[in-house]
Design a protein around this ligand. Sequence first.
Ligand code: SF4
Length: 483
Amino acid sequence: MYLATAHDFEAWRNAARTLLAADVPPDAIHLRDPDDPPTLFANEEALPEAMPGVVAKRVPRDFVEIAEKVACHRDGERWDMLYRILWRLTHGEPHLLDVASDDDVHRLLMMEKAVRRDIHKMHAFVRFRRVETEGVEHFVAWHRPDHRIVRPATPFFARRFPNMRWTILTPDESANWDLSMLTFGPGVPADQAPEADQLEELWKTYYASIFNPARIKLKAMKKEMPVRHWKTLPEAALIPQLLMKAPERVAEMIARQEGSRRSARDYLPGEHDMPSLRAAAASCQGCEIYCNATQTVFGEGPLDARMVLVGEQPGDEEDRQGRPFVGPAGHVLDAALEVAGVDRRRVYVTNVVKHFKYEPRGKRRIHQKPDAREQAACKPWLEAELNLIQPRVLVCLGATAAQALVGRDFRIGERRGEVIETDWCPQTIVTYHPSAILRVPNDEQRNSMRSALIADLSKALSLVDQPSKSGQNHYVQNYDEQS
Ligand code: SF4
């Protein structure tokens, strides 16, 4: 058994030429990487001398190209496999590479594919960070490839960034470009890579701008941008947030493209206060819901309210009266507010959608949930209300409000009553919508949901923490006033 080391394609090719010329069959050799432990049963022998007069054998060009790639694979068996295929190609099987079902050929092609893919990933995922050494700007990147691909992968960067001094560090090897020559050095551990700098922010902004929420396929995304590379990708920190907001952005995109490209934004007054907002909303035609509704039901409550309650949309009675939460659901809410000790007159109450969407059924008008496009079209009104009020506590009543203000993947069953920081308020709580309580047929369950609503409103009240001039909490119901 001959034992030889091959650390790269050239070393393997030299060894293979010698072995082939000496007519050494594949099962008489073992070629290994220099850092592989020696095999127990192999006695290392120097490579044999080539037999005199033996002419170098011709091998298909395809094989040489594939072998160059496969040489980068980390599988320690690749050198023996390459020699075995070389032997077969030169010993009666010149068309072996066409036999895709052959075990050796299949394995060869799979390894080549893995290496090509890894090179592609390196081109896509290397992120340079700017460092300065003695006043000279240098760009450094850290990357952990799956295979030993630094040499075939880095000429790409020299072509792409010829006017930048750069270094790419990997655990196997480093590549350095000094504006004229690409050189290779030893590998370095991850902790020697430079710290984050402003390039990261730049890259994040760019990534956020090219991120297309309408094309999210998480599985495909993880395949294209494997999670193991996320640590070195500044933009990867944005992915959870972008994914969370993706459905909302899609809805906004749809809203922009459909519905005659209208939304409430087209009706928003430039400089505005609450009365001008309310007046503008009265003639909003930002989506189709207004067509069948009686009137816009805008929010109501004091402008200095520290607590805002947001529901889904007005109901039948609200549509007739033009005021939020005055129908049966409003009565449930009022009762819960009273038990929780919250004075409704101190609270601003509104909805995500300002017109009543329904389906006529005989004389009745049956509530229909506004779809994502309609919610997105109407959201500018709610945003403007929240911007003017700047509440200390925001209470989302039901899933629609929660998904509009907390995130599309919010689940009431999992996070009801939790205090959450959102873009709209540092203290946001999600609880049941009063109409959901009305819909529950079972007394026990209805009582349990009602208790939860009261508990959540009490919690919201405790967070307001805004004493009035009299020293009382601003929101605590003044029963003397009531009586
Ligand atoms: S539902 Fe909202 S966006 Fe649609 S018309 Fe009414 S106010 Fe305008």
